[in-house]
Design a protein. Structure first.
Ligand SMILES: Nc1nc2c(ncn2[C@@H]2O[C@H](COP(=O)(O)OP(=O)(O)OP(=O)(O)O)[C@@H](O)[C@H]2O)c(=O)[nH]1
Ligand SMILES: [Mg+2]
Length: 628
């Protein structure tokens, strides 16, 4: 074995380009255009939090490597995501060399601030090409920038682009492949660091003056909208209405497609039963694959509706406004509005939510946000909630056209939020360093969401969901089917064979722990594979119940089945469990990655399981007492 080994970084060949710019200036939109990737683009600062790589194929057949980086305001990083960018520029990033060329993306509607970063990059001595993005928005606002004059003042090529429509992309690629455009800039009279900021400021002023852009801009259309959206009374009211609509829509719009998928899945099951001989293979297909994994498919429409709302909110530029509105409220539990976007992202999935905390500068705030993110109702919980609500809550319209089922769903989301805020408040009392900090957050211009982007976003979501159903959900359900089918029932046994199987024994053993909170052995058993991913609990229940049915019975939909066999308190208790329980290994792994050790994920799992058990216990006892 070699004793003195040194790490050798093998850098892929080819020139390395890096996209750098202020947050939300359109770097990722440009990256997607240049490389054909589909990285996440959204209208708020801090969307990209890690380095992503892609390849540009130029017209002459060359390949260039391109990095998309988190946005930064300066080269003095204040948060973990900004540090990623600064490290790459300084050549300090692990496993990556210093870029050969920086593609500096400037937001044409805010040149003053954007140019200041460019000055810093030039001072690092890196060759630079400027993409003057958002040229469409600038033109609409009457800001006319002479790209050639700007190029002359800066000494580097300047290309106007509209990343969302692809304008200027071909021209930009053309410039990128010509090395002679890549001159590191010599700025005369460079002074020491301390004076650098001042001289940058002076240079920016003189450039803006030359371009005739020195005057401050007048009121923007977004400002007029914001007078209402950020209004102290109308603002919060609008936010409440938006969220409420979302939950109503999740149930009422999803109904027809959901019924259709359910009918399709049950038809498949029927076909298999009539066409195949009664053997283990048929059981695997009908009870494992179709009743299990197939049963989860029906929740696709609800997930897509949820994401439709999330995507529209992200693209429109509303999210930072909501963060602003909630800043005061978040302050009362020791968090700032900064935590809002990571927490909201967790409604999709806690993993990107945990990653998004990289844009929070304060380490304590960041940790608290990570610790409470899993309590935000992620989309994997939606199938569980929808199943139980569909089975136990009557479909009834209350006064004012409010759907009862949507209302219960809203309450469950709310319970998660309240739980999270309570934990944040407790953490505030036991940790120090939580003085209220003013919220510094950019409010981007409103954009109309583009149907194409929304469609791509929904398609990606559908793909992720279907991959989960065909992957982890299917695999675990088949494993559970195997454990539930072997060993078979002994001679002369009276009950369903599953009772004599390994899973039957396991379920009954676990039921001892879960009996006080009202779970039967089938639920206890389903929670075990459900630890890997939440929806697996549904497919697991589908399989366990299909196998518990007297043989020869047609597979029945899971909803009506549990409606017959569970008591109402049991259903409520399971819902309460799902509000808190950390039934997701991938999230715990992400927390380990982001906090750099096992300590935080272990603490998180322990406290969330504790909370879940407590909440279920109280729910079960109180509802038994009320109903009994
Ligand atoms: N009108 C217009 N909108 C654009 C243009 N380029 C990007 N956008 C929009 O601007 C918003 C921000 O784009 P992103 O690509 O996510 O910005 P980013 O610079 O990667 O942002 P961070 O990753 O947060 O630093 C999105 O809503 C885009 O659709 C453009 O040229 N014109
Ligand atoms: Mg980005």
């Amino acid at each position: 074995m070699q004793q003195h080994s040194a790490t050798i970084h093998v850098h892929p060949a080819g020139l390395l380009l890096a996209l750098v710019g202020n947050p939300n200036c359109g770097k990722t939109a440009l990256f997607n255009r240049l490389t054909g990737s589909r990285q996440k683009v959204a209208n708020y600062a801090g969307v990209t939090v890690e380095r992503k790589e892609g390849r540009i194929k130029t017209a002459s057949g060359k390949t260039l490597r391109l990095l998309d980086l988190p946005g930064t305001y300066s080269l003095y990083p204040r948060s973990p995501d900004e540090r990623v960018t600064c490290d790459v520029l300084a050549g300090r990033a692990k496993g990556e060399r210093k870029p050969d060329l920086v593609v500096c993306v400037l937001d044409a509607t805010n040149l003053r601030r954007n140019l200041r970063l460019l000055m810093g990059i030039q001072r690092l001595g890196l060759p630079c090409v400027v993409a003057l993005n958002m040229a469409d928005l600038a033109a609409r606002r009457g800001i006319h920038i002479d790209a050639e004059a700007l190029s002359r003042s800066l000494g580097v090529p300047v290309i106007k682009t509209v990343a969302t429509h692809g304008d200027g992309i071909a021209e930009l690629t053309g410039v990128l492949e010509q090395r002679d455009h890549w001159r590191p800039l010599q700025i005369s009279g460079l002074s020491a660091q301390g004076h650098a900021d001042q001289s940058d400021q002076a240079r920016v002023n003189s450039i803006l003056g030359e371009l005739g852009l020195a005057a401050q801009s007048s009121e923007l259309p977004s400002d007029r909208v914001d007078r209402w959206v950020l209004h102290p009374v109308f603002g919060p009211a609008l936010l409440a209405v938006l969220l409420f609509l979302l939950f109503q829509a999740v149930f009422s719009w999803a109904e027809p497609p959901k019924d259709l998928i359910e009918a399709g899945v049950s038809w498949l099951g029927q076909q298999a039963i009539t066409l195949m001989p009664d053997n283990w293979l048929r059981s695997l297909l009908v009870d494992g694959v179709i009743a299990g994994a197939g049963g989860v498919l029906a929740f696709l429409p609800q997930i897509l509706i949820l994401f439709f709302f999330i995507l529209v909110l992200e693209e429109s530029g509303y999210l930072p406004r909501a963060a602003y509105l909630l800043d005061r409220m978040m302050g009362s539990v020791g968090l700032s509005g900064r935590s809002f976007i990571p927490l909201l992202s967790s409604f999709a999935c806690a993993i990107p939510g945990v990653m998004a905390t990289r844009s929070i500068a304060n380490p304590r705030d960041r940790l608290v946000t990570i610790m409470i993110a899993p309590m935000m109702t992620c989309s994997a919980r939606l199938p569980v909630y929808a199943l139980l609500i569909g089975a136990f809550v009557p479909q009834r319209e209350l006064r004012g056209g409010i759907e009862l089922q949507g209302l219960v769903l809203f309450a469950l989301y709310f319970a998660g939020i309240v739980g999270a805020m309570a934990v944040a408040w407790i953490l505030k009392r036991f940790t120090n360093g939580s003085q209220t900090r003013p919220l510094m957050m950019e409010l981007p211009a409103y954009h109309w969401p583009q149907p194409r982007n929304i469609a791509i976003g929904l398609w990606q979501r559908a793909e992720i969901f279907l991959r989960r159903v065909g992957g982890i959900i299917l695999v675990l359900t088949v494993a559970l089917w195997a454990l539930s089918s072997f060993p078979g029932a002994p001679e002369g046994a009276t009950g369903a064979p599953i009772q004599y199987s390994i899973a039957g024994w396991l379920g009954r053993g676990l039921a001892v722990i879960f009996e006080p909170i009202g779970f039967n052995w089938q639920i206890s058993l389903a929670l075990v594979p459900g630890l890997a991913a939440r929806e697996v609990a549904i497919s697991a229940l589908g399989t366990v119940y299909a196998l518990s049915a007297a043989s020869g019975d047609a597979a029945q939909a899971l909803g009506p089945l549990i409606a017959q066999s569970w008591s109402l308190p049991t259903a409520f208790s399971l819902l309460a469990w799902y509000v808190f329980a950390p039934q997701c290994l991938a999230t715990l792994a992400a927390v380990k990655r982001e906090t750099g050790g096992y300590r935080m994920p272990l603490i998180m799992a322990a406290y969330l399981f504790g909370l879940a058990y407590l909440a279920s216990f109280i729910t079960y006892r109180v509802s038994t007492w009320l109903l009994g």
